[in-house]
Design a protein around this ligand. Structure first.
Ligand SMILES: Nc1ncnc2c1ncn2[C@@H]1O[C@H](COP(=O)(O)OP(=O)(O)OP(=O)(O)O)[C@@H](O)[C@H]1O
Ligand SMILES: O=P(O)(O)OC[C@H]1O[C@H](OP(=O)(O)OP(=O)(O)O)[C@H](O)[C@@H]1O
Ligand SMILES: [Mg+2]
Length: 285
């Protein structure tokens, strides 16, 4: 039986979360990252540990069928590669930054400037869209140092917390794109591998939905039941069961993790008691 070849970053920011999500979809991988590839024990999958920056070419060539990769790398090197599913981790931006003292008013201020970056195609595309001519200097790492050593007037690099910019006396002035880790597919994937990828995607979706949700159980006095149910839409509608004590019911539902505290406050105000909130491993709708 053929196996889906999936590329995962060998080491770096994406590695641990990528392995974790594969584990959460129930896939056991045999070897550690010291190996170049490893087979899954209980799913038709082979993991290839590669450099993030090399993965788009491997996808294009069909050396791997799929990958977990930063969306920003696909924008830079893999325009024809399909994003199958956004995975919700490694969120970051690719942004233009300039020294704090630079009185930046708009993109036109980049005209004729020297821009240091590891993402030349992304920068070129951005400059073209804005009709700006500038000189791009390609640097592979520590891009934020470039303005301080007189190598560039501006940079384009990844920004997450902003602390690297802050430490280097720079400020973010334009966000070119927002990125997160994604599951991507090779443009030349076979039908057979596509079937395996569909199964993997289905499992990932159930884990991702579970991560966004919480299971909630509470006790409600029957005279407040309707009001409490109105706060809890649930997947279809909440489950309501009678308690042993007359006049009370147990209500079970699913809530959005982001609205968690607001919903709890509202439920308490409406008379709910004994509220339990539990994580959800998987959610199949
Ligand atoms: N500070 C950050 N916060 C959140 N996500 C980030 C951050 N820096 C990078 N990323 C995301 O993680 C991906 C991998 O970044 P990392 O620095 O580990 O590897 P890299 O040096 O770009 O790649 P390679 O594996 O080729 O060495 C990036 O492409 C980006 O999508
Ligand atoms: O806004 P922040 O939270 O400070 O994150 C941004 C920094 O993170 C990344 O570097 P990384 O730490 O991955 O080092 P690298 O340059 O060796 O890849 C990126 O290249 C920025 O320098
Ligand atoms: Mg990095």
């Amino acid at each position: 039986m053929s196996k889906l070849k999936i590329a995962v970053q060998k080491s770096g920011r994406l590695h641990d979360d990528s392995m974790q999500i594969l584990k959460e979809v129930g896939i056991s991988i045999d070897n550690g990252k010291d190996q170049l590839k490893a087979a899954a024990r209980n799913f038709p999958l082979e993991v290839f540990y590669l450099r993030n920056g090399d993965i788009p070419q491997y996808l294009k060539d069909g050396v791997v069928d799929a990958a977990i990769i930063g969306e920003n790398v696909l924008v830079e090197k893999g325009k024809d590669i399909t994003v199958v599913e956004k995975l919700g981790f490694s969120s970051c931006k690719v942004s233009v930054a300039v020294p704090k003292a630079f009185k930046y008013k708009g993109v036109q201020d980049l005209e004729g400037k020297r821009i240091a970056t590891s993402y030349p195609n992304t920068v070129n595309e951005f400059l073209k869209q804005h009709n700006i001519e500038a000189n791009i200097h390609i640097i592979n790492g520590s891009v934020e140092i470039a303005p301080n050593i007189g190598l560039a007037d501006a940079i384009v690099d990844i920004v997450s917390s902003g602390s690297t910019l802050f430490k280097n006396n720079l400020k973010e002035v334009e966000v070119i794109l927002k990125s997160e880790a994604v599951l991507a597919a090779s443009p030349v994937i076979s039908d057979e591998k596509q079937n395996i990828l569909d199964r993997l995607q289905f499992r990932l979706q159930s884990v991702l939905k579970g991560r966004k949700s919480k299971y909630i159980l509470l006790n409600a006095p029957n005279d407040k039941l309707q009001e409490i149910i109105n706060v809890l839409p649930g997947m279809k509608s909440p489950t309501v069961l009678p308690l042993a004590e007359a006049g009370w019911s147990s209500v079970h539902s699913v809530i959005n993790k982001n609205e968690f505290w607001e919903i709890i406050d509202e439920l308490k105000a409406k008379g709910a008691q004994g509220i339990l909130v539990c994580p959800i491993d998987n959610m199949v709708i």
